[in-house]
Design a protein around this ligand. Structure first.
Ligand code: CIZ
Length: 299
């Protein structure tokens, strides 16, 4: 299938991008693997005509907004993100009317309509850096409450108003499952994603995005790590660091949406040019401004 995919890639002048949470069979077929910021940036800079984005809907949408001239394909049409669906645009407009002195900062895990209503988009890799650079003292951060709370702890000088959103997969990672592993395994280093609950973050040795977790585990010389984020990251870490041990905190850290894409979906996506992502022009133009602000401020 990889050979067929490579043939189609040449024929259609296409690039395959995969998120860190994808299945290993998809990661192995991808030209680039990373977080959504990295993937959007690669899509934007690429000279290919077609981008196959193996991830969830908001990621393909962000790539399309940043590269409107390209054809962006999402192999599985119903690969969504429950966190991205936790913002109602009417409620967001009410917040905007109420907090006119605030900068509206949204996580990349949002729909194009929500990005269009915000000043700047952030990812877990660059949220802290970008929020520190903003002139506004007051920030409305949406939708992930845990990531927002984590930033709030690092930037006490800002008044950060949080939304009540959460990632169901990260929410299921429990402090108890980590403590149990720590009891069993000596010198276990705990690496957690900021979308985890506060009690998990508080017992962690390092908190960071998927990219930062991968870099930390690869560039340090410990033997045993527990990875408190979606388990796809563990497969990549094991493949690239065969002499280290990586443990999952229990059996719950699997994002069902990220695991919908199989290698055969990537093949069919290229073969039938499905599913093409389209974004309304007016919404895309406004959302692009917020995404480009991210690219600018993250430098
Ligand atoms: O930014 C991303 O792609 C997400 C959703 C998480 C991360 O930390 O990479």
């Amino acid at each position: 299938m990889i050979d067929e995919i490579n043939k189609l890639k040449k024929e259609k002048n296409a690039l395959i991008l995969a998120h860190n949470y994808q299945l290993l069979e998809v990661i192995d077929a991808a030209d680039y693997v990373g977080d959504s910021f990295y993937l959007s940036d690669i899509a934007k800079k690429s000279d290919k005509d077609v981008i196959v984005l193996c991830g969830v809907h908001f990621m393909a949408e962000s790539a399309k907004i940043l590269s409107p001239e390209k054809t962006v394909l999402l192999p599985v049409v119903d690969a969504g993100c429950p966190l991205a669906d936790m913002v109602d645009t009417d409620k967001l407009s009410e917040y905007k009317a109420k907090h006119t002195d605030a900068a509206f900062v949204c996580y990349i895990n949002t729909t194009a309509e929500v990005k269009a209503l915000c000043d700047v988009v952030v990812t877990s890799s660059n949220a802290l850096k970008i929020i520190k650079k903003l002139d506004n003292k007051k920030i409305v951060f949406l939708p992930d409450k845990n990531l927002g709370e984590y930033i709030k702890e690092q930037v006490p000088e800002k008044e950060i108003i949080l939304w009540e959103g959460f990632c169901p997969t990260h929410k299921k990672i429990s402090k108890e499952s980590i403590l149990m592993l720590k009891d069993e395994i000596k010198d276990l280093v705990v690496l957690a994603h900021p979308e985890c609950e506060k009690d998990v973050r508080d017992i962690s040795d390092f908190v960071g995005s998927t990219k930062e977790i991968i870099e930390y585990a690869t560039n340090t010389n410990y033997k045993n790590y527990v990875i408190a984020t979606e388990e796809g990251v563990i497969h990549t870490l094991k493949r690239d660091n065969p002499h280290k041990n990586f443990y999952a905190p229990g059996k719950t850290a699997t994002c069902p949406n990220m695991k919908k894409t199989r290698i055969k979906d990537v093949y069919e996506s290229l073969l039938y040019m499905k599913h093409e992502i389209k974004v309304d022009k007016e919404v895309a133009d406004k959302a692009r401004r917020a995404l480009e602000n991210m690219l600018l401020l993250a430098r």
